[in-house]
Design a protein around this ligand. Structure first.
Ligand code: NAD
Length: 488
């Protein structure tokens, strides 16, 4: 894939132009990366038809071992073309090279290897049954694919988050249609090339480019021949997708937004907590669903914590992805920059104190056309302030003091979201006591974003429906049939 070339959708094993295009721009300086051909309703329909045909063809008949081997070949080829994936992801997102090289791309590749291995050693349940009336039977379960799975993915970790769903869906024998974010179409297109190169049969994996409403996203989710929808994105979008799938009652898996809290107890290792919260707030410009936006600090260490976090924020080096020492790039787009800035304005009107940041950095070069924003720390807002209740998805957190454990648990849980939380304490009893009381899908103690692909991942309330990861993914992407054989 050459930068500057038009990106086409990949349907039934071929790249296809629709004749209608949108721009893919670089958030570092607003320049045009390439045009992207927006899939038409007819093209989405073709993708679904070919995915249905593929279910009954070579792919449907393939053994689990062969499927797993093919997914390893996908990972091998991705690794061979790693440099292209890295530069494509950087062009779309503006992320620093070090981040993309160590997280986005290798973890995308690892998703294929992990689920290929997991599915290979998967067993199935069986039960010997004796009923109260003395009948005997053997019950066993056969796992089948769900069918055609639509994967709708966001822009914040484009390859990593889409492959987190594509890999288990394919491992379980489904066919997949990916609708990547309109902001980040490049690595999805490269992935289609890789699938093609390693011989994934036509129709097994398709990519349809476009937007959500009245575009590829909606055409897919409302399609009556799509069997399941797995989505990562905003909670409001999740709600709209839920309405779109309702008439055909499709299974859904939703990984949605968050308003994640960090709790810093006075007994913590303060230096570690400051460094940890700086990481959980500012990584990827705060554009990770797991990022911290609310920080509660026990009063005796509050002032020291805020001073330490300010120092960390001000030490971050904002700049171009390939420049030495850069730790923070731009936000994904000018549109998102405006959204984050609008929350700074809301916070100002609500009476926030800006400890640091709150604006757009000035470079006096082409980066001033980019989507950069200053790392920002706020204080002095109440828990009911809009800033403390709505997801901002930028490099910003609000810090407030607390006095008791019971109080902070109640305040952390007082949210419509429930994705992730961090607790910083050296008191083991406290860690075990507080962690299960936090109403989120994941609680980290003295760390953040330490992931094991086997663990359940997801959120409660507006943060999602269901869990993915390890067995949880295999359970979602397959349909169990119970076979009951009467024994004499
Ligand atoms: P988004 O909801 O705007 O878009 C996500 C995807 O949905 C895009 O591909 C978009 O085109 C598509 N889409 C939009 N409207 C649609 C519709 N009506 N029908 C079908 N598809 C539609 O989200 P985003 O801005 O790309 O990503 C940021 C959001 O994602 C944040 O809220 C973040 O918290 C969330 N997120 C959650 C997780 C998680 O695991 N819980 C992970 C990453 C991001």
């Amino acid at each position: 894939m050459n930068v500057g070339q038009t990106l086409n959708s990949y349907i039934n094993g071929e790249f296809a132009d629709s004749g209608k295009y949108f721009d893919n721009t670089n958030p570092v300086d607003g320049s045009l990366i390439c045009k992207v051909s927006e899939a038409s309703r007819e093209q989405v329909d073709q993708a679904v038809k070919s995915a249905r045909v593929a279910l009954k063809s070579e792919w449907g008949a393939m053994s689990v071992q062969d499927r797993a081997a093919l997914l390893h070949r996908v990972a091998d080829r991705m690794a061979e073309r790693e440099a292209e994936f890295i530069s494509a992801e950087i062009a779309d997102t503006g992320k620093p090279l070090a981040t993309v090289k160590t997280i986005d791309i290798p973890r995308g590749t690892a998703n294929f290897r992990f689920f290929a291995d997991l599915v290979r050693y998967q067993g199935e349940e069986s039960f010997r049954t004796t009923t109260p009336t003395g009948e005997n039977a053997l019950n066993y379960t056969v796992s089948k694919p769900l069918g055609v799975v639509a994967v709708i993915s966001p822009w914040n970790l484009p390859l990593l988050l889409s492959t987190w769903k594509i890999a288990p869906a394919l491992a379980c024998g489904n066919t997949v249609i990916l609708k990547p974010s309109e902001e980040t179409p490049s690595t999805a297109t490269l992935l289609a090339e890789v699938m093609h190169e390693v011989g994934v049969p036509a129709g097994v994996f398709s990519v349809v480019h476009g937007f959500g409403p009245d575009s590829a996203g909606e055409f897919l989710t409302s399609h009556d021949q799509v069997d399941a929808v797995t989505f990562t994105g905003e909670s409001g979008t999740g709600s709209r997708i839920m309405q779109a799938v309702a008439p055909t009652v499709k299974p859904i898996s939703f990984e949605l937004g968050g308003k994640n809290a960090a709790v810093v107890f006075a007994d913590c290792d303060l230096e570690e907590a400051i460094a940890g919260v700086a990481r959980s707030t500012f990584t990827n410009c705060g554009q990770v669903c797991l990022c911290t936006e609310r920080v509660y600090v026990e009063r005796p260490v509050f002032e020291r914590f805020v001073a330490g976090l300010k120092e960390k924020a001000e030490a971050l080096c904002i700049g171009r992805p390939y420049d030495e020492g850069v730790s923070m790039g731009p936000l994904v787009s000018k549109g998102h920059q405006q959204k984050v800035m609008s929350y700074f304005e809301i916070a100002r009107q609500e009476g926030a104190t800006f400890v640091t940041g709150g604006g757009v950095p000035s470079f006096n070069d082409d980066r001033d056309q980019g989507a950069f924003i200053e790392p920002t720390i706020l204080c002095d807002l109440g828990d009911q302030a809009r800033f403390n209740r709505e997801e901002v998805f930028g490099p910003v957190c609000h810090v407030s003091p607390f006095d008791t454990e019971a109080e902070v648990v109640e305040r952390v849980n007082d949210t419509v979201y429930g994705l992730a939380a961090c607790i910083w304490t050296q008191d083991l009893d406290r860690a075990h006591r507080v962690a299960p009381q936090i109403e989120t899908g994941i609680v980290w103690v003295n760390t953040w974003y330490l992931r094991d692909l086997r663990t359940p991942f997801g959120g409660m309330r507006l943060s999602g429906i269901g869990r993915e990861g390890g067995q949880h993914s295999l359970a979602f992407y397959s349909e169990p049939t119970n076979i009951c054989i009467k024994l004499k």
